[in-house]
Design a protein around this ligand. Structure first.
Ligand code: ATP
Length: 296
C-alpha cells in the first residue's frame, strides 16, 4: 500500500493561551481515506496544519512516514495541505500555479489537472483573487487531487462548492484514489456526503479525540430499524434512540448499542434493519450544549 502513514502521540497545540489540541493521539493508516470529523472549533484545522508543518506543536510526537515533518524536506515534498481559505498565490494565473506545482511535485499529473480544470469550468488565465468562493475551492481541489502526494490533507475544501461541484469532487477523488492509492485525510463537519468515501474515521471534540475507528466498526455500533411506526416504537422501547424519521405511517429509528437478538426480533416483527449513518452517530457523540463559538 502506498502513501504516508501518520502517528500522533500526546500532541498539544496552542494559539497563545488557547489550547486547540490537548494531548491527542491517533494514527492514520497509509493508503487509506480517513475522515477527520469534528464540530466547529474542535481542532481539525490545527491538527492538519501541524501534520503539514504549517504550525509548530507545543508538545507531543508527530511522525509522518516515520519522521517528524517539521522542517523535513522529504516529508513536506510528499505532503499537500489544501485549506478552504486556499493556500495558492492569490494574484497569479491558475495556469502559472499549476506549472509551478508540476515543477515542484514529482507525481503531479498535468493532464489530470487540465481535465479537472475543465470539469470545474475553471479558466486557466484567471486568478484566485478574482474567483468566487466556490471556484476558489474547486481550484484547491484540482491542486489537491492532481498533486498525487503520498499524504493529501483536504481541510473542508468542499464547503464553498455547490452540490454538483461537490459531487464531482467526491467522484474525481475516489476515481483517482482507486487508480493511485495514497493517504488522504478529508476534514469536515458535514459527514453525510463524504461518508461513503471514508474507510477510517478520527473524531475530535473540543481539542480531544472522541473516536478513532474504521468506519464499518463505527457503523456497527448502531443500527436503523424501519417499518410501521407503531412496530418500530415497540422495537426501540427502552433503548437508546439517537435519531428518528417519519414518512407517513412508516418510521425509522436509529439505535446505538445493538443486541444479539435484534435480527431475530426484527424478523419476527417484520421490520427492516440497516446500517447507521455516520452523521447520526457524530451528532449523537458530540451532542451537548454548544459553546458560544459553535453557536455563532
Ligand atoms: N489563529 C488562531 N488564533 C487563536 N485561536 C485560534 C486560531 N485558530 C484556531 N484557534 C482556536 O483553536 C481551536 C481549534 O480551532 P480549529 O480551527 O483547529 O478548529 P476546526 O475544527 O478546524 O474548526 P472549524 O470547523 O470551525 O474550521 C478553536 O478554539 C479556535 O478558536
Amino acid at each position: 500500500m502506498s502513501g504516508f502513514g501518520v502517528e500522533v502521540r500526546d500532541l498539544t497545540a496552542r494559539y497563545d493561551a488557547t489550547v486547540a489540541l490537548d494531548s491527542v493521539s491517533f494514527t492514520i493508516r497509509p493508503g487509506v481515506i480517513t475522515g477527520l470529523l469534528g464540530r466547529n472549533g474542535s481542532g481539525k484545522t490545527t491538527a492538519l496544519s501541524v501534520l503539514a508543518a504549517f504550525k509548530r506543536r507545543a508538545s507531543g510526537t508527530v511522525l509522518v512516514d516515520g519522521e517528524d515533518p517539521w522542517e523535513n524536506e522529504r516529508v513536506l515534498a510528499g505532503t499537500c495541505l489544501v485549506r478552504e481559505s486556499g493556500d495558492v498565490a492569490q494574484d497569479q494565473k491558475l495556469k502559472d500555479t499549476l506549472e509551478f506545482l508540476a515543477d515542484r511535485r514529482p507525481l503531479f499529473d498535468t493532464q489530470l489537472a487540465g481535465a479537472l480544470m475543465d470539469r470545474f469550468e475553471l479558466d486557466p488565465l484567471n486568478r484566485p483573487d478574482r474567483l468566487s468562493r466556490g471556484k476558489r475551492s474547486a481550484f484547491g481541489v484540482v491542486v489537491g487531487i492532481a498533486s498525487r502526494t503520498p499524504l493529501t490533507l483536504l481541510d473542508e475544501v468542499h464547503l464553498g462548492m455547490d452540490a454538483p461541484s461537490r459531487y464531482a469532487f467526491y467522484d474525481a477523488l475516489l476515481a483517482d484514489w482507486l487508480e493511485h492509492p495514497r493517504t488522504i485525510v478529508l476534514s469536515s463537519h458535514l459527514i453525510g456526503e463524504i461518508e461513503r468515501l471514508l474507510e477510517d474515521v478520527v473524531m475530535l471534540d473540543r481539542g480531544a479525540v472522541l473516536t478513532v475507528s474504521d468506519a464499518d466498526t463505527l457503523r456497527s455500533s448502531g443500527l436503523t430499524v424501519t417499518g410501521p411506526a407503531h412496530d418500530v416504537a415497540a422495537f426501540v422501547a427502552g433503548r437508546e434512540v439517537v435519531a428518528r424519521q417519519h414518512l407517513g405511517r412508516t418510521a425509522q429509528a436509529t439505535l446505538v448499542g445493538p443486541r444479539d437478538d435484534d435480527a431475530a426480533r426484527a424478523r419476527a416483527a417484520g421490520l427492516e434493519l440497516g446500517p447507521v449513518a455516520l452523521q447520526d452517530l457524530f451528532v449523537h457523540l458530540t451532542d451537548r450544549v454548544p459553546t458560544p463559538e459553535e453557536a455563532r
